[in-house]
Structures are given as C-alpha cells and as structure tokens.
Design a binder for this molecule. Structure first.
Ligand code: URP
Ligand code: ZN
Ligand code: ZN
Length: 465
C-alpha cells in the first residue's frame, strides 16, 4: 500500500517546508515537491492543502491500568492508545511496575500482557523500580538489552514506590554501567507525609490539603538531591512531571554547570493551577503528584520550554473516575488516587497555548512533543521525524480547527475532563500509524492489537548532549 500526502507543510523540529510525503508500506519512502508529477504513484492520496504534516506525537509518560491507592487507572492499552491517537499521539511509553518483593521480569511480563493484542498504536515501556536489591540490580542490565532502558525511582510515596537515597544511588551506579537512563519522581515524600498528617489533624481534609502539603520546596529539594546523586554516579537523569519553579531552578543550575540533567513538564502544570484544587471535593478531579501549583508558575515553565531547560511535555496520563475512584478520598485527601487524564489533549493544548498563544514556534512544538522524546528515549529517527526511512507515523494537522474539550466527546475512559469547556485551536485530521490511517475526520479506522512493542536503544543521546 502506497499513500501520498500532498500539498502540505512538513513541520519538523529543525524547520518547515512545503512538500509531499510518499509512504510505502510502513515507512516514509520520499519527501519532495510535486511527487506525483515526478511519476510517484500511490493507492491513496491525502490532500493536506493548508495543513501541517507532522511526526506522530510521542507521549513518554503514561500509566495505563496503574494500580494506585487501592484501585487501577481506568484506561487500558486499547482505550488509552485509541484516545491518544484521536489526539495525534501515535506512540506511548508506559510505566511497567515492579511490585515490592517481586522481580522486574514479573512486572515487565505483566505489562507486555496488558499491551500486546490490545494497543491500537505503538508502545514502549519504562520500568518502575520499587525494590532495589542485588537481584533487581542484575535484572536491570537484561532489561536494557530488551529495549526497556529507563528506570523510574521515587523519592515520594513512602511505603509504596519510595526508595531511600542509598537504593536510588545503587540503581544509578548500575545504570551508569548498563547505558540506561534514570527517571526520577522528585518530591520529598517523607516530609510531605509529615505535613499532610498535620494538615488533616488541623481539619483540612478536602483536596486543597493535597496541594498545600506537597510544598514546592519539597520538590526543589528532592530535584537537587537526585541530580547531585546522578552526578556522583555519572549517569544522566530525567526529572519526570516537573511542576514547581524551585525544581526548574535546580535543573537549570545543573544544566548550566554541565550536568546531564533533563526534565519534562505536563500540560496540567501549564494550564491548571492550585485554584482548581479548591471548590470542596470537586478538587479531587485535579489531585496529582506533584500537585498543581499557583498560576504564577506557568510563565516560568513556558520559559523553561523556550530555553530548553525542559525538553519534553508528556501527560502523566493516569485517569481515575470522579465517581467511584476519586471519591475513595472523601474525608481524607491522602486517599484520593493520584493522577489525571490527559493523553488525548496534549497536542492540541500545546498548540493552542504554545503556538497560537505566541510562546513557542510550531517547530519547537513538534520538538517538545515528538522529536526530543524520540531522541532522549532511544527511538530516533525511527520515530519523531518525518524523514525518509522513518516509520510513517504521521499526523495531518489542521492549525485552524477549533473544538471545545469535554468529557462528553473525549475518547478516554474516564468520567470527567480537567479541561471541560475549554476552547482549543488546532486538531488532528488524519492520523497514520506505520502507514495505516487509524483516525480520519473524527472516526477511528484502526484495529485493536495493531500496535507493536517498540524496542528502544539505551540512552546514547542523553549521554552525548
Ligand atoms: O499523580 C500522579 N502523578 N500519578 C501517577 C503516578 C506518578 O507519580 O507518576
Ligand atoms: Zn511520578
Ligand atoms: Zn507518572
């Protein structure tokens, strides 16, 4: 099957050009002007006049079916990748979980079983390590060879995912040798638990207490600590879901002194704020960790994206229904499952707030959402580029389309939207995954199980740059 995408503007991280794109099978075969006139034939032609042709977006931080707080994140690999595709995201990298006392192998096998035969678009895995010991340290090397070269550890969630500094440092030393990447959830969970208990004792049990207890200084402190530990171990470190100016300052200082420190933020930290955690128990819809921050933080984070102190925007998609899941925490904000839905809305929110809002160029938008994640996570140029030989994961994007975000029309399997009623400009008209159209004009045309595991390389780019 050959498909020609004609008359569009190909937008890449390094520049844009008016060009046609010819797809042959699963990969891009040619890029140039007037390919049809040059005799290149196709079975189907997609007219992209007035549209942008961009590499499929990559979301390197999702949690399909994550066990958390006595329940599970609601989207499966089928519903989650399908919703992602509607929003122009053609690859996700999800977090497989090592449960305490079990092996990494067990956790990874469980996640393969969840995804295989279900995902509608391509997926990879990082590994969450909850138990660092001699056995799991040895297992890390094998995972790198299997295409799962990143390990997430936590200074947060004592008793669940938390690791102490010694455990984190041992994992970092192992990763320095095996070529992988350490990803850190950086909040001082021990201090947070003290303040959270005091907040409840003082009578604040509503979700706003979550935002007040998880102070920005606790994120800044932990961010500095894990970057310093990574420097000592000689390993690159990637700070996930960075939310606070204190934490950004630590990343910026580290990068200025030449540290191989990288970081992502998420749309919720650019468009939502601590105010959303108010309004009584309705605030549970916005409980995630780190928490939403005061509105004043938004400009700092956008500056971080402009100046490349933040390289990536991912979603941390981790959806729990308001009714039946979030309400486990009625009367005690500590029991609200942590996480927000968002895999479907990232591309359009970032286009609307970033490109239409005049904060970033369309090329930087593509970089943040697709090219930089592909490079940092060992998928480039197979993914993250519209280039000859790359996978034909392509979005024909209409920069002028307008829509209103709503739980009534979204495709994520969750009963609310954090962005209910928000108007955004920009939308994905046609979405191709390895050459197959999986979304066209708001209709799903893909197939359950068509998504393939992406075996990723170790973190060569993070080590070089
Ligand atoms: O609140 C969040 N972020 N939930 C998902 C788990 C994590 O820490 O990423
Ligand atoms: Zn986290
Ligand atoms: Zn997460």
């Amino acid at each position: 099957m050959r498909t020609l995408i004609s008359n569009g503007t190909v937008v890449g991280a390094d520049g844009s050009q008016a060009a046609d794109v010819l797809i042959d099978g699963e990969t891009i075969a040619a890029i140039g002007t007037d390919l049809a006139a040059a005799g290149m034939t196709a079975d189907e032609t997609i007219d992209a006049s007035g549209k942008w042709v961009i590499p499929g977006a990559i979301d390197v931080h999702t949690h399909m079916e994550l066990p958390f707080g006595g329940t599970f994140a609601k989207d499966t690999f089928e519903t989650g990748t399908r919703a992602a595709a509607f929003g122009g995201t053609t690859t996700i990298v999800d977090f497989a979980v090592q449960s305490r006392g079990k092996s990494l192998r067990d956790g990874l096998d469980t996640w393969h079983a969840k995804a295989e035969g279900n995902a509608v678009a391509d997926y990879g895995f990082h590994m969450i390590m909850s138990d660092v010991n001699d056995d799991t340290l040895r297992e890390m090397d094998g995972l790198v060879d299997e295409g799962v070269p990143d390990f997430k550890l936590f200074t947060a969630y004592p008793g669940v995912f938390y690791s102490d500094d010694g455990a984190i440092f041992r994992a970092m030393q192992q990763t320095a040798k095996n070529g992988g990447l350490i990803m850190m959830h950086a909040e001082n969970g021990m201090a947070i638990d003290v303040v959270a208990a005091q907040t409840v004792e003082a009578g604040t049990t509503d979700p706003i207490g979550h935002g007040l207890a998880r102070k920005a200084v606790f994120e800044g402190e932990a961010t500095n600590r894990v970057i310093r530990l990574a420097e000592a171990a000689g390993v690159p470190v990637y700070i996930v879901h960075l939310s606070a100016s204190d934490a950004l300052a630590e990343v910026r200082h580290a990068r200025d002194r030449g540290s191989k420190a990288f970081a992502e933020t998420c749309p919720q930290y650019l468009f939502l704020s601590l105010d959303d955690l108010g309004h009584g128990f309705e605030g549970a819809k916005f409980v995630c960790s780190p928490p939403l921050r005061p509105k004043e933080t938004w400009d700092d984070l956008w500056q971080g994206l402009v100046k490349d102190d933040l390289q990536v925007v991912s979603t941390d998609h981790c959806p729990f229904d308001f009714h039946g899941q979030k309400d486990l925490g009625r009367g005690d904000f500590r029991k609200v499952p942590n996480g927000l839905p968002g895999v479907e809305d990232r591309v359009d929110l970032m286009h609307d707030g970033g490109v239409v809002g005049g904060r970033i160029t369309k090329e930087r938008w593509v970089d943040i959402l697709s090219t930089a994640p592909a490079k940092l996570f060992g998928m480039y140029p197979q993914k993250g580029a519209v280039a000859v030989g790359s996978d034909a994961d392509i979005v024909v994007y209409d920069p002028n389309r307008k829509r209103t975000i709503s739980a009534k029309s979204h495709h994520m399997d969750v009963d609310y939207s954090c962005y209910e009623g928000r108007q955004v400009q920009g939308g994905s008209d046609v979405v191709l995954s390895r050459g197959t159209v999986i979304v066209r004009d708001g209709q799903f045309t893909g197939r359950k199980g068509a998504g393939k595991f992406v075996k990723r390389r170790a973190a060569d780019y993070a080590r070089m740059s």
